[in-house]
Design a protein around this ligand. Structure first.
Ligand code: GDP
Length: 449
């Protein structure tokens, strides 16, 4: 039910300076008035102006009621609130009890506890934000690096929506002209010239392609750049892993085959999140347990965004395995013991730190190829859902262009296909949505948002 009044703690549970309880819905002001006592809270009050008062455990008129906290109440009258509905936010003392008692007081006068993301869901349903903006809110909350947060805020400010409108508007105009011409079939030359239709579709297809090119960046911003350290046993993977992370995380040992499982650690560097994976050494004659580790290594290598393929500067030999899907950075280790002194090879020493700045420079260069900064600047942080819809949209556009170029499908067929393409685009922004779609989007949210 969307027309009841909901309440939830909007800040994390636990000790802190302040906690915020949010009450939203048609009865928000009336319910707040029942539990909150202040000279300045009532019909005369101004929206967006906080007032001080005492909050009671239930209807303040009742004898059984007792004060639970001193709070500031901030009335945010619809439609100018986050949800678009009348909202009252209570700023109470932090800690577990005060905020919990404020929530309980609101429930006693009829508010329902909000579900995950329900405030944002209402903001979407009331037309305050698009669905991709709602997803950007979740991305911002879950962001673990500055780049990810900056991309999310730009998308929230309308980055992706602007790009989608630039694709949708010419297609909508085309559709209305095609539909218009269908009504005047008797008259001659009212149809849209095929060349013009094809041109508009090709431009739209190119723009969808540009957005799709941003898809890997969206994933990397959200999940981090997965860098796998691979190479033979004892080459110095764990040592380099520790040196890159500047901490002793993985066990370093002389005995070959120490790292049997994959060890992972996150590192945010210059605002970008990396996830490094130290793996079991790759070799051809492993024992049974070691083989399990090697299988896991190959799995990680195949899922990696970047592979650091290590070889020992003192024991040159062929690289294990043949094919790698991710870009590879070749690194020779133990440069402090290097007897070979090869040119054009990234040579590092985890012991002395020699070559580490060059390795970071090589990593940064490889990361630049992922176009993260471009995605952040555009505010286009695509997720799987956007990717799926946009990919379908592009292939439908390609099919329609092909049809128009090879046969004459007729305005009616063109119009129908165009409508279906526009629905795919509409699902990205949420202009078109189903209950199932909303459920899958809002389940990622926390309660209170
Ligand atoms: P892994 O099996 O590939 O993870 O290799 P480790 O990191 O466990 O290192 C194997 C051995 O090489 C250990 O004895 C390390 O101390 C040594 N080692 C690793 N990196 C360096 C280095 O840069 N210089 C020197 N001299 N020894 C290193």
């Amino acid at each position: 039910m969307e027309n009841d009044t909901i309440v939830a703690l909007a800040t994390p549970e636990g000790e802190g300076g302040l906690a915020v309880v949010r009450l939203s819905g048609p009865q928000a002001v009336a319910m707040a008035g029942q539990v909150f006592e202040s000279r300045r809270f009532g019909p005369e009050m101004e929206s967006h102006r906080a007032v001080y008062g005492i909050l009671f455990s239930s209807n303040k008129e009742k004898e059984t009621s007792y004060p639970v906290d001193q709070v500031l109440a901030l009335p945010l009258l619809g439609p100018n609130s986050y949800t678009g509905e009348d909202t009252v936010e209570f700023f109470c003392h932090g800690g577990r009890m005060a905020a919990r008692m404020v929530v309980a007081a609101c429930r006693k006068v009829g508010a329902r506890p909000a579900g995950p993301g329900e405030f944002t869901r209402r903001a979407f349903l009331n037309g305050r934000i698009s669905l991709d903006q709602a997803e950007a809110v979740a991305d911002l909350i879950h962001a673990e690096s500055e780049a990810s947060a900056r991309g999310a805020i730009r998308q929230l400010l309308g980055g992706l929506d602007d790009q989608l409108s630039a694709i949708e508007n010419p297609l909508l105009e085309l559709l209305s002209r095609i539909e218009g011409s269908l009504e005047f079939v008797e008259e001659e030359e009212v149809g849209v010239p095929a060349d013009e239709v094809i041109d508009t579709l090709k431009k739209a297809c190119a723009k969808v392609g540009e957005l799709l090119a941003m898809a890997p960046a969206g994933r990397l911003l959200r999940d981090g750049i997965h860098v796998v350290l691979a190479g033979p046993p004892n080459v110095g993977k764990s040592s380099l892993f520790n040196a890159l992370l500047e901490e002793d995380r993985a066990i370093v040992d002389d005995e070959a085959g120490t790292t049997r499982d994959v060890i992972s650690a996150r590192l945010v560097r210059d605002g970008t999140m990396f996830v490094f994976h130290d793996t079991a050494g790759l070799r051809d004659d492993p024992g049974r347990v070691e083989k399990m580790g090697i299988d896991r290594t190959w799995k990680k290598v195949n899922e990696a965004d970047l592979v650091l393929l290590l070889s020992d500067s003192n024991k040159p030999g062929p690289n294990p395995g043949e094919s790698y899907e991710a870009p590879i950075i070749h690194v020779t280790t133990k440069a402090d013991l290097d007897n070979f002194n090869k040119d054009n090879v990234l040579s590092v020493s985890s012991t002395t730190g020699q070559g580490l700045p060059e390795l970071w420079a090589a990593l940064d260069l490889a990361v630049r190829g992922f176009r993260l900064q471009e995605a952040v600047a555009m505010g286009v942080v695509l997720n799987e859902r956007h990717l799926h819809k946009l990919a379908t949209c592009r292939s439908d556009l390609e099919i329609l262009i092909h049809e128009l170029e090879s046969t004459e499908p007729g305005d009616e067929v063109t119009g129908t296909m165009l409508l279906s393409i526009l629905s795919q685009l509409g699902e990205v922004s949420g202009r078109i949505f189903t209950e199932q779609l909303l459920e899958s989007v809002f389940q990622r949210f926390c309660v209170g948002k």
